[in-house]
Design a protein around this ligand. Structure first.
Ligand code: NAG
Ligand code: NAG
Ligand code: NAG
Ligand code: NAG
Length: 266
């Protein structure tokens, strides 16, 4: 691949040299090409959702803009031509525009990395753009296990990040059955907030033993997540000593003992 690039690089070099010889006055009095970094930024793209890497070049005149993938030094596009056989790559440029955009369809994790926007001046000018391909992510706050006292409120918050669009809906399951807000159980409510990060809060009032079990949060366009809820009937199960997060920490007795030791030995 690098041979190809060097070969093309040589051609561009020859063209620019000719320009310099014929137009030395113009060349010395005008500024050469340069990048507008504020319009040529790093890109975070969603898995599978078309990514656009923009490169804005000022004073390009009749030089050529190429895109090179750094991972394997692969020449992707030269001007408006696509050099790679990978049909997902395309160069977009509108007449009279300063933008040379690399379009990547169906981006995958392996497309993450550095892309070089190269201008065929002598020497070459390069601007590097980092592409990061991310996936939607779903999490239930405080999971994977929650310990709740009988009679208190079960409060489960499901957070969905990086989904291509806010999920059309987020529904909850309890032990594989969809939670119905109009069930005879009563005291169940859900509040959903959609945005760049979406949240769904499931509240179950007056927790009872039958509310124990697995709860699953199912966003329409992202992975589901689950937690196991243990409703405690005033007991102190062994699980609490190493799993839970709501009733963790040393007991009063332990604190009193530590205080006693500190006093005794100070
Ligand atoms: C792009 O990302 C790379 C790596 O994270 C970083 O070193 C570089 O400064 C970033 N460039 C811009 C313009 O933010
Ligand atoms: C580039 O433009 C200059 C005039 O600015 C012209 O003389 C030269 O032939 C052009 N080169 C190409 C390859 O079009
Ligand atoms: C539920 O928990 C979230 C934090 O996870 C908190 O912001 C919210 O106020 C709680 N709601 C109730 C009714 O306790
Ligand atoms: C619950 O989530 C864990 C990962 O957090 C996963 O390994 C497990 O398969 C999930 N269980 C169900 C029933 O979806």
């Amino acid at each position: 691949m690098s041979v190809e690039i060097h070969y093309i690089g040589f051609l561009m070099y020859a063209v620019v040299q000719e320009t310099n010889n014929g137009n030395s006055l113009v060349e010395t009095t005008t500024r050469g090409p340069y990048f507008d970094a504020t319009a040529s930024k790093n890109v975070t793209a969603l898995l599978g959702k078309t990514a656009y890497l923009n490169c804005r070049v000022k004073n390009l005149v009749n030089r050529t803009v190429s895109w090179v993938r750094h991972r394997d030094v692969h020449l992707l596009t030269v001007g408006l031509y696509t050099y790679t056989s990978d049909q997902r790559f395309r160069s977009i440029h509108l007449p009279h525009s300063e933008d040379w955009t690399l379009q990547i369809k169906y981006p995958q994790h392996r497309d993450s990395g550095v892309y070089e926007c190269q201008v065929s001046s002598t020497p070459h000018l390069s601007h590097f753009i980092h592409l990061t391909v991310i996936e939607p992510d779903t999490e239930i706050v405080g999971g994977p296990e929650l310990f709740i006292d009988k009679g208190s409120t079960i409060n489960l918050t499901c957070v969905v990040r990086h989904s291509p669009e806010p999920p059309a809906y987020i529904f909850w399951n309890h032990n594989d059955a969809i939670i119905s807000y109009s069930s005879t159980r009563g005291g169940v409510s859900v509040a959903t907030e959609r945005g760049e990060t979406s949240r769904s809060v499931l509240l179950i009032q007056r927790a009872r033993a039958s509310d124990s079990g697995s709860y699953q949060c199912n966003p329409s366009n992202a992975r589901s997540a689950n937690v196991t809820v243990h409703v405690l009937n005033g007991e102190h199960p062994e699980a609490m000593q190493h799993g839970g997060n709501q009733r963790m920490g040393p007991s009063l007795g332990v604190l009193a003992f530590i205080a006693y030791v500190l006093l005794a030995y100070s």
